[in-house]
Ligand binder design. Structure first.
Ligand SMILES: Cc1ncc(COP(=O)(O)O)c(C=O)c1O
Length: 385
């Protein structure tokens, strides 16, 4: 029978504890306590697996802006950006992002995955380009880079020495260093100042995927742009910004090039203008409400203080607190024990992370409270010590 591999591959996933399934969640309401909870099959859990880091999802002001956007522009872009899909709301959002990050230009995409694919494919149209990516870069960066014509080198995670050696050896005249700002599965930060210095020394450009830094890092939530000035910043709206879609911020020349050559931009319907309008409101709140970032830091410190010192947690300045378990089965088992205690923490396994480093990826969000964190620490200590 054709496509026999489908059955075999699924059976192999199941046999090696790597089988993935979705769960259908229900949310309880719009206040902080309700937002930090989900229901699955009728049972309520405190959710420690959400990327709504700042607790902005379902915020009344963002919902109101969404409704206003719907009334003004409608829900659909109705066309691709280069036909008639580029609306006033998109322009206004691009301007808001440029001002926020102090960047000349910005381009909107339907998702972070599409933005990364588009960027690496467009820049890697020539074999004269070389990409230097941190080993832990997101799948969308890797897929974009490897599906391009560029030479791709990967350096060990945050290994500045190795990156420096690779850059020194490279004869390419078009070098791009690429890293996540905060790493999605580890929660630690890139060595941004070192990366930026290396870029200058080697006449390379610096690309930062700020999916997990935007909103969370910096006094107004500008992410890595509050620390260095990357040549290109990508960030998704689907995490701390709590809407959907993504942007690439860059200089005028690259912006013009991407409008002409980024296939995911050219051949795709523009993002919803109503969503763009709501995203402007979200960024306004992110800039103004420092208490959300302070709360993440305060609750993250509380969690690390309450955990038994034998627990292997990666040091982090972000919302992401990665607890390394190692074995896939054990990670699933601990996740299940937490579920039984009314806590939802998804176990992350290969291929998302390297074999032997399966983990619980805990996200501490601004809508959690001290009791939520105490409950999590108590159950983790019980399951792991
Ligand atoms: C580092 C990183 N880059 C890109 C993406 C993709 O963004 P999006 O969910 O908007 O496709 C994600 C997450 O999903 C991510 O974690």
């Amino acid at each position: 029978m054709a496509f026999d591999f489908i059955k075999d591959k699924l059976a192999a996933q199941q046999a090696s504890s790597l089988y993935r399934q979705r769960v259908c969640i229900q949310q309880h309401g719009a206040d902080d306590d309700a937002k930090s909870h989900i229901s699955i099959d009728g049972k309520a859990y405190i959710n420690f697996s959400s990327n709504d880091y700042l607790g902005l999802n379902n915020h009344p002001d963002i919902n109101k802006a969404m409704q206003e956007g719907l009334d003004k522009f409608g829900l659909s872009g109705c066309s691709s950006n280069l036909v008639t899909g580029f609306h006033y709301a998109h322009q206004a959002l691009e301007d808001t992002i440029c001002q926020w990050l102090n960047k000349p230009k910005c381009l909107l995409f339907s998702s972070g995955f599409a933005a990364n694919m588009a960027f690496f494919q467009a820049l890697g149209q020539s074999s004269a380009t070389s990409f230097f990516l941190d080993k832990l870069s997101h799948a969308s960066m890797l897929d974009g880079a490897f599906s391009s014509k560029a030479a791709v080198k990967r350096f060990a995670h945050n290994d500045i020495m190795q990156l420096s050696e690779l850059l020194t050896k490279s004869a390419s005249g078009n070098k791009l260093i690429a890293s996540e700002g905060v790493f999605s599965m580890d929660g630690d930060q890139a060595k941004l100042i070192d990366l930026s210095a290396l870029a200058t020394t080697h006449d390379a450009s610096l690309f930062i995927d700020d999916a997990h830094s935007i909103g969370v890092i910096g006094e107004q939530g500008q992410g890595s742009n509050s620390i260095v000035e990357p040549d290109v910043t990508m960030a998704t709206f689907g995490k701390a910004i709590a809407t959907s879609g993504a942007f690439l911020a860059c200089d005028e020349k690259l912006h013009d090039y991407l409008i002409n050559f980024a296939r995911h931009y050219i051949y795709s319907t523009a993002i919803s203008p109503a969503l763009a309008w709501a995203t402007i409101k979200s960024i306004e709140l992110i800039k103004a409400e420092q208490w959300r970032r302070d709360k993440i830091i305060e609750l993250s410190h509380l969690l690390t203080d309450l955990l038994d010192p034998s627990i292997n947690i990666i040091k982090s300045q972000s919302s992401i607190q990665a607890i390394i378990i190692g074995d896939e089965d054990k990670a699933l088992n601990v996740s299940e024990q937490l579920n039984n205690a009314g806590l939802w923490v998804t176990a992350i396994r290969p291929p998302t992370v390297a074999k032997g480093t399966s983990r619980l990826r805990v996200t501490v969000c601004a809508n959690h409270n001290i009791n939520n964190i105490k409950a999590l620490a108590y159950s983790l200590n019980k399951a792991l010590c």
